[in-house]
Design a protein around this ligand. Sequence first.
Ligand SMILES: *Cc1c(COP(=O)(O)O)cnc(C)c1O
Length: 353
Amino acid sequence: MVHNFSAGPSILPKGVFLEASKAVVEYKDTGLSLLEMSHRGEHFVEIMQEAQNLVKELLGLNDDFKVLFLSGGASTGFYISALNFLKTRAGYIDTGTWSSKAIKEAKRIAPIEVVASSKDNQYKHIPSIPSDLEGLDYLHITSNNTIYGTQFQDFQALKTKQICDMSSDIFSRPIDGSKFSLIYAGAQKNMGPAGTTLYIVNQNHLDKDIRDLPSMLDLSLQIEKKSAFNTPPVFPIYVSMLNLRWLKDNGGVEAAEKRNAEKADLLYAEIDRNSLFTGNVEHKDRSKMNVTFTLSQEGLENTFLDLCKQANIVGIKGHRSVGGFRASLYNALPLKSVQALVEIMTFLEQSHG
Ligand SMILES: *Cc1c(COP(=O)(O)O)cnc(C)c1O
């Protein structure tokens, strides 16, 4: 068995891959591959419907929320979110690379305010949020910082309407939907394969007439067209749906949160115990999805990577902009993969510490 700690595209349950592969050959008993069917035919319409329902059910969202599966990645979401919600003033919290990119794209539409940032601390913590954020169209946050390994532990402090890039921790824990105008997430971290981007929109917060929007980037139009204004990415949506079914069958986001905490606690405990390793970020803001750490002794990096390779542990090199190591613990990663990694870390200390 390979232990896949990749940050994205990332691990999905084996059963999901199996079922998805069957549908490529023949979908149900139709004599057709899913990939050659009309996206307006009954089979795909059913798949889209089930995927949208599962998103709402798993996150406990009411009918104010509409679910879209669009293309373009979360990186297009940076622009789409501002385009559809930014009138005069928006606040952004800068917690790393992805937040900075969101800020850059939003600035194309109107000046925005960075109301809190941890840039001066190399993004090693989540900054505290000013309490006087009146009059903003929205506050934009990145719930989990995939590259640096920090995460908002909850959203209680956030009072304003929020837009949230939840690409790397959506479905990893319960959320209070009422706090959000829009949640968006690239599929390929914790939901499905690359190729579709999830938008969860509170339609009451949308202003159809905000500006003359290009059709493909117009969330109101996409809602009206039930996420099929053009040909949607049928296969990534199907695989995402299968994965959401798997999540539901395994106790939903509440159970996922427990499993994710167990995995993260085990790995952070070893990082803190082991004299060779140091965690990158402040303890209180540690991410349960992306655990970042470094070796405190020079010259052992390749030895550690070799040991990992021998143990079939893949995808633990840190992001190229940060270095060190990163172990991503998304929903589908089993506890035994974390146990395998911890064993290697312990062995390295015993043999080289
Ligand atoms: C990966 C990631 C992105 C970029 O996603 P794409 O789908 O590749 O555009 C944006 N935000 C966060 C938090 C991410 O982890």
